[in-house]
Design a protein around this ligand. Structure first.
Ligand code: PMP
Length: 308
């Protein structure tokens, strides 16, 4: 697999191994970073970044919540994402933009006028939960760790510090032999996976927890809601109790890294017939079809960087 040679750091391309920060960097001590995870696919139209616009907007939204000034325009960062792919000669990639407070002192609150540093790396990354998971599905469990309450740390921001929660949820699941953990919110309703949103299918209705359920409003989640509505499926954003997972006809997770992964069991209880269900398969086909052209990109989601 092709390895990345360069990454974009504060306005320039630097050799991958020379992109360094100081050990006193604020983000290392206090989690003060915001970031994105984006994928570029090799498509029928050439290498294309999926929903680049929305991802960079979410990066700026996350920074806005934390009043973190990003000293670059959205256009500059979008171009840096494209450049990080091209300069490394990648035809598909995972792209990781990160804005963080560097060596600005060890006070919890950054000094007035501090600005974020920004880096964008692009590198090859296969299916997050494994290629065979996309077809076979995964075994998941409900975590003993809950998601943060809405008035503690905002889950609508994709901030570095939030991922301590994801590490507890995902780590516990893996130690107990599951592929991924699902968190409840503080009210006991289903929230999301450690790094994925969650959907169930019940009687041909697609249901996903609403933005108020301590979720990250995922861009893949939004893509699936859009593709499902477009294909004529009934779709609801509604609170789900834990047992809804056990009684669902189908369960699946969505995320940029994970893509669309069927869940074949939850807490050891088989979901449906224990295999990828027909709605999940149809939505996977609609999603991946965007990249081979079998699904028309009606929404302008593909940002083609090297046309074929
Ligand atoms: N929830 C969490 C906690 C995540 O980390 C992610 C991955 N970014 C998602 C949901 C899915 O979001 P997206 O589809 O935008 O990648």
């Amino acid at each position: 697999m092709k390895q990345a040679q360069y990454l974009w750091f504060d306005g320039e391309m630097v050799p991958f191994m020379e992109a360094k920060v100081h050990v006193l960097s604020h983000a290392l001590h206090y989690g003060s970073s915001v970031f994105e995870g984006i994928r570029a696919y090799q498509t029928h139209r050439g290498t294309a970044v999926f929903r680049l616009e929305e991802h960079i907007q979410r990066l700026f939204d996350s920074a806005k919540i934390y009043r973190m000034p990003i000293p670059f325009s959205q256009d500059t960062l979008k171009q840096a994402c494209r450049d990080a792919i091209s300069v490394n000669g990648l035809s598909s990639a995972y792209i990781r933009p990160l804005a963080f407070y560097g060596h600005v002192g060890v006070g919890i609150n950054v000094p007035p006028g501090s600005q974020a540093q920004v880096m964008i790396a692009a590198f090859p990354w296969e299916a997050y939960l494994g290629a065979e998971a996309l077809e076979q599905g995964i075994d998941a469990c409900v975590s003993s760790w809950h998601r943060m309450a809405a008035n503690t740390v905002p889950t609508g921001a994709k901030a570095g510090g939030n991922y301590l929660s994801s590490q507890l949820i995902g780590g516990e699941a893996r130690r107990h032999g599951y592929a991924e953990g699902i968190a409840l919110d503080v009210h006991g309703q289903i929230s999301e996976g450690a790094g994925e949103n969650l959907f169930i299918v019940k009687n041909n209705v697609l249901i996903t927890p609403p933005a108020t359920a301590a979720i990250l409003p995922g861009i893949t989640r939004d893509s699936i809601l859009t593709l499902a509505r477009d294909a004529g499926f009934a779709v609801q954003e509604a609170s789900l109790a834990r047992e809804a997972l056990y009684l669902a006809d189908e369960v699946f997770m969505t995320g940029t890294a994970a893509e669309i992964v069927p869940v074949r069991s939850v807490d050891g209880i088989v979901v449906g017939n224990g295999r990828r269900g027909p709605v999940t398969a149809a939505l996977q086909q609609a999603f991946f079809g965007l990249f081979d052209g079998t699904t028309q990109d009606k929404w302008g989601w593909l940002d083609v960087i090297s046309p074929e």
